[in-house]
Design a protein around this ligand. Structure first.
Ligand code: ADP
Ligand code: MG
Length: 261
């Protein structure tokens, strides 16, 4: 260990948690009965962490992910994204934060059919203010990051499941978000495609991105640095498997002003 202390500002930036949930409760009003999807969840994820959320069907995983992704709000409790209480953010600003800080990947890929991989990946940039040529360059770069540069002109039906999911990951990272959230990203994939997709998540994390993914599969959770298990809306296990590396600073500085949240 070096005896020279690093500047406090750097320490603060590296270790500041990017996601903080404080006693988050989510109750759905389903007609006559209330469904207690989350019963007081408190969690803190540091920048650069790689977290697998596990738990049986109905345990609250997607509800948690939707709150972390600012797609839904807690019934009670607080959610701080990068130190900001999302409840205090105007809806229009929240959409901007969501679009620029967070990339989403879903089990079912959600690609637009009959539209090339390149166009699919470019879509999140359409309202970014970037010119067409720059959008295209960034989409090509994102496809290269998932090792699909040679499939840019293929439409989804011409790609395997694993390739389609890698296109979806490229679409999630094209805006250069610091956080990538994935809800059962390998749920529709065979084991070979699962390995391909997980190696992409591993690389994104090694580049400093914070990854939170939901999975049922122990093999997938083994890639994460931390495993959080939910049961009936509560955290019943929170286990660290590997240390969080300090993310390289370039993630924070490489976005054009138009994409910075
Ligand atoms: P998981 O992703 O772990 O399968 P969910 O977060 O989707 O679990 O759901 C947790 C609980 O909340 C389940 O009982 C589910 O039926 C319920 N639930 C989820 N979304 C809604 C909703 N929009 N309205 C009512 N109940 C819901
Ligand atoms: Mg779910």
């Amino acid at each position: 260990m070096s005896s020279v202390p690093e500047p406090a500002s750097l320490t603060a930036r590296r270790h500041r948690p990017v996601i903080v949930l404080q006693d988050v409760v989510k109750t759905y009003d389903a007609g006559t009965v209330a469904v207690h999807a989350l019963r007081g969840v408190s969690l803190s994820f540091d920048r650069g962490d790689y977290v697998a959320i596990m738990g049986a069907s109905g345990s609250g995983k997607s509800t948690l992910m939707n709150i972390v992704g600012c797609l839904d709000v807690p019934t009670t409790g607080r959610y701080l994204l990068d130190g900001v209480d999302v409840r205090l953010v105007e809806e229009a600003d929240l959409a901007r934060v969501r679009n620029h800080k967070i990339g989403f990947v879903f089990q079912s890929f959600n690609l637009i059919p009959r539209t090339s991989a390149l166009r699919n990946v470019e879509l999140p940039l359409v309202y970014s203010g970037l010119r067409g040529k720059e959008r295209r360059r960034r989409a090509e770069e994102a496809l290269a990051a998932v090792s699909l540069a040679d499939r840019a002109s293929h439409v989804p039906s011409e790609l395997s499941g694993g390739q389609q999911q890698r296109v979806a990951v490229a679409r999630a990272i094209v805006t250069n978000p610091a956080i990538v959230l994935a809800d059962e990203p390998t749920g529709n994939l065979d084991s070979e495609a699962t390995t391909d997709v997980m190696s992409v998540f591993d690389r994104l994390n090694a580049d400093g991105r914070t990854i939170v993914l939901i999975t049922h599969e122990p093999d997938v959770a083994a890639h994460a640095k931390r495993v959080v298990r939910l049961r009936d809306g509560s955290v019943v296990e929170d286990r660290r498997q590997a240390a969080v590396a300090a993310p390289p600073p370039r993630l924070e500085s490489s976005q054009p002003a138009s994409l910075r949240a």
